[in-house]
Design a protein. Structure first.
Ligand code: FES
Length: 113
């Protein structure tokens, strides 16, 4: 059975002085994503993850399996992440042959993009 669409939230706390997703409010972001997915009955899981290896870009959130990757996430970005998760779920559940939604997103957009 394929993995259900899941929003992965890095909640790692790194040693003092090092940038981490936890240090940028990732646990509160995860709690709010859990609340919103339940209230909206999206059928999308929210799970913690221990480091994507992109700590300087935290807070980092990824839609799995194989979905969009969000960086510099704040509370204001959560509606866009939920929209992307729903779009990814719709794509994954559709018959083969459809065009996938965008897979890489940086919030805010990278300079020059
Ligand atoms: S601490 Fe979140 S990506 Fe490393």
């Amino acid at each position: 059975m394929p993995m259900p669409v899941t929003i992965l939230v890095c909640i790692k706390e790194r040693t003092a002085g090092k940038t981490s997703c936890a240090g940028r409010g990732a646990e509160a972001l995860m709690a709010e994503l859990e609340r919103l997915t339940a209230v909206k009955k999206l059928g999308i899981e929210v799970e913690p993850l221990r480091c994507f290896g992109r700590c300087e870009e935290g807070a980092n959130v990824r839609i799995a399996p194989g979905g969009a990757f969000f960086h510099h996430v704040t509370t204001e970005d959560l509606p866009a992440i939920l929209d992307a998760a729903v779009a990814w779920k719709t794509f994954k559940e559709a018959p083969p042959g459809g065009a996938p939604p965008p897979l890489e997103k940086s919030i805010p957009p990278a300079p020059g993009s």
